[in-house]
Design a protein around this ligand. Sequence first.
Ligand code: AMP
Ligand code: GLY
Length: 428
Amino acid sequence: MNILILGSGGREYVFTEKIAASKDCQKLFVAPGNAGTATIAKNVNINPTDFKGIAEFSLKNNIDMIVVGPEAPLVAGIRDYFEVDSDLKNIQIIGPGKAGAELEGSKEFAKSFMQRHNIPTAAYATFEKHTLSEGISYLQTLNPPYVLKADGLAGGKGVVICENLQTAEQALTEMLQDEKFGEASKKVVIEEFLSGIELSVFVLTDGEHFKILPAAKDYKRIGEGDTGLNTGGMGAVSPVKFADDNFMEKVESKIIKPTIDGLKKDKIDYQGFIFIGLMNVGGEPYVIEYNVRMGDPETQVVLPRLKSDLLSIFKSMKDKKLGQEAFEISHDTAATIVLVAGGYPEAYEKGKVIKGLKDVENAKVFHAGTAQKDEEVVTAGGRVLAITGMGDNLEIALKNAYAGANKVCWDDIYYRKDIGQDLMALDA
Ligand code: AMP
Ligand code: GLY
């Protein structure tokens, strides 16, 4: 099979490595990819939302399958674009169509979906510019902290948590009246604050059957002790100890099954990943958000634990035969440390020479924001590399990951030193 992967981050690097390892993989392309994917596959300079460019490339290169990494092409309807074209409709797309991608593309859609299908989530109400005053009255009925969410995609910045009523009223006004997040904040979801421990659960579905991938915990803040600005993710671990069999059974029966059944009832033929952000509130799971793709950097700890052939799994989804596929998961723990450019998630420099990549032992180096410049690999993004360590337990996995991270350097490198420490403390 000839496969095209869309995206350029650490998540897509892992997909590239996994798919390249399959016996069924003939030609493998990544658009646009990074310096790492170029060593495994062929990078092509096409933007993942340039559907016309992707379609032309796919026909010219006899592509059989497109694996969509990020959400933007899914929310913009890449699957629908291919399905309605007689020349393109046989190319299998891993990722949902526009209707299913609304689970991530619109918070209001996701909340009403959960309400309709009795899926546990925080109580909420939605407001627009002309209902701003009702929104302010609604805030006054809640207890702090206040959770405000821009309805649309806002590059991971659309969720604002306010400690007091005054800042919440101000934030709501800025989002609705001043259109702080542009189109994305034309509607704002206000919801009840959930207090607990977060984790991410990943499901792959062909629309009929589903398989649950290992759960992971992501570290979103830039600073140690979960302080400072939100980022795309500074590290992750899998499995997550507190997501034991009892908790995961609740997740499956109260959240995953109703989600898959809900999609069917709503006549949404969903084929792809569902990434469910959960809060464990006193042992009960509540959905914080749906994403319609894998997580980054969660993929860097989830897929290294999957022993089965990922391409064979993807292929089976075309004929809705996912139920017949083996999903063998390693008992090892995986931990990943994301190495970022100094300044990220705000302004940062690019083009710094990365040293020590070949010195990393007992850990996997997953490229994200990297580029090849002459003979050298240089930084080309905020999140530059993810280093994944594995082991019999979290302590060993972290030791391997940090030993790897310590070997790599560039001018202004930064990474958190406390990934996994909260989970180690739970064990102690
Ligand atoms: P999101 O962009 O939807 O992932 O939200 C960003 C972060 O905001 C989440 O990872 C949570 O930490 C936090 N968050 C979102 N919704 C809630 C909620 N209802 N209660 C508490 N924290 C929340
Ligand atoms: N790590 C969070 C995400 O991929 O959205």
